[in-house]
Design a protein around this ligand. Sequence first.
Ligand code: AMP
Length: 609
Amino acid sequence: MSRIVGIDLGTTNSLVAYVDEKTGLPRVIPDRDGHALLPSIVSFANEGVLVGAAARRQLVRRPESTVYSVKRLMGRSYEDVKEELCYFPFKVLPCEGIVKIRIGSREVTPPEVSAIVLKSLKERAEAHFGETIEKAVVTVPAYFNDSQRQATKDAGRIAGLDVVRILNEPTAASLAYGLQRIREGVVAVYDLGGGTFDISILRVKDGVFEVLATNGNTRLGGDDFDRALVVWLLDDIREKHGVYLGRDLEAMQELRLAAEAAKIRLSSDERTALTIPFDAFTYHREITRSELERLIERLVDSTLAPCRMALADAGLASADIDEVVLVGGSTRVPLVRRRVQELFGKTPHSQLNPDEVVALGAAVQAHILAGGITNMLLLDVTPLSLGIETLGGIVSVLIPRNTTIPTNARELFTTSVDGQRVVDMHVVQGERELAKDCRSLARFELSGVDPMPAGMPKIEVVFLIDANGILQVTATELRTGKAAAIEVKPTYGLSDADVERMVEESFAYAEADVEARLLIETRNEADTVITHVERALAQGSHLVAADERRAIVEALDALRGARDGSDRDLIREATTAMNHATEHLAEIMMDAALKGALASRRAGEIMEK
Ligand code: AMP
């Protein structure tokens, strides 16, 4: 049985989990320092690529080359995201239906950035099991459309992971609870993370998890709470200090981090203080939970309409919900909990850590796929309707939203012009009547149709959605028996050649990434030595001769110089030389300290007597 891990590829944090064979329960895999959450942040430093906490430390220092919340850009076009771009300090450019991120002279796509996060989790799992991991179940918001799912699969391929299943996050959450608590009944999973909101209604019966309806908003989450607070702080700073910091990238990053930290504190405290030292002044401000609630109330309330729509789609009233499950870091906000409780009239489940529950569910699904669990089955649904554009730009829906997947549908179409040899097919996704208001998924031509009067050809269009929610479309002209099946390439997304190139590049960069980490570690070591020597000089420079003092200062200057460069050997040599130059001083100081300690002990002994 080949091992499959479960991965929650989150907007803010990502995790990897597996099912423990002994207990049969899912567990997250922590990193070497015991942290389960890997911040979904990638920093492209000159020396190489940093990921996770190391990248987060670069957010303020290198805002233009540190990429966060990339999930918001996955599988989306420039048009889709252009209104959000003002919040990103890094450069996002349009590129053939998708976007690219420009970092210095390098350009990367969102799946490449996500792949770096996935690779780090893959390596974490490999270190845990001591074996190569090649397969994963990766979760996405239920509301992700086809191109966003494709982009997620591409990210897996670039990272060297076969994404054996794309799983909806809320479904994953209910699976995680399902193992332990939910036996039977209708479950609402309310998932509010950093960048996305999802609501799903599921029925659990005899080990079968059937998704009845999903809804949500791919542009709503805790990041928006942070922004609301940042906007408020910007106004307050302008009022108090007469400056507008909205265009200062570094200051904005500081503000964003401080706002998020204050928001998190306000989940447990009634009030908190913010202190941010800027170059020209230090900003200080107290904020209460009710002030924050006023700022985010509109955003929190906007999650309720999708909940009601999902209930209506499932043909249920809120009283029919037996259990409510909370997922995502933002469900820790007390106002969110209150609103959910008011809507469903139930105290939500919160026994499992809302940060981990999706990854735990992904691990359960991975275990089911690997054959480890046989008494559970998952029936997921497609979140948006899929159809074909027909005459006059009207959409003919082949697969309505909330259809259980995998599924297929077929429909016959014909031509509208005499002698038409080529038929344009336009595949769209969405709930609107007109194709122009829906998302364009793919366009293709069925050519070589025998010329016939309008209305005569019989063109059969078949839609097939696999268990990952990914669509394949084929079209065939039946009357002539000449079948011309066409494979659809998504309008948005990466070509196979792109993905291959990225896989190669990720290998090419792997070495540079290791080198970057080593350089940073060597620098950290040098920093520690520099701090120690500075302290020793301040305390004990009078204990050594002028020559020796000069030698120490010279070695210190050399080490500082080397530390700021990127030659690792040079830094190491300078560190060794520094240690050498201070050996004698260290001995004298140690002696002095010992003598001091002895003297005070003697004094203590005398006092005791
Ligand atoms: P997720 O995407 O599920 O990892 O959720 C991340 C979001 O949850 C971010 O916006 C965090 O700021 C937010 N978050 C995490 N912990 C808390 C907390 N204790 N209170 C409020 N928001 C939180």
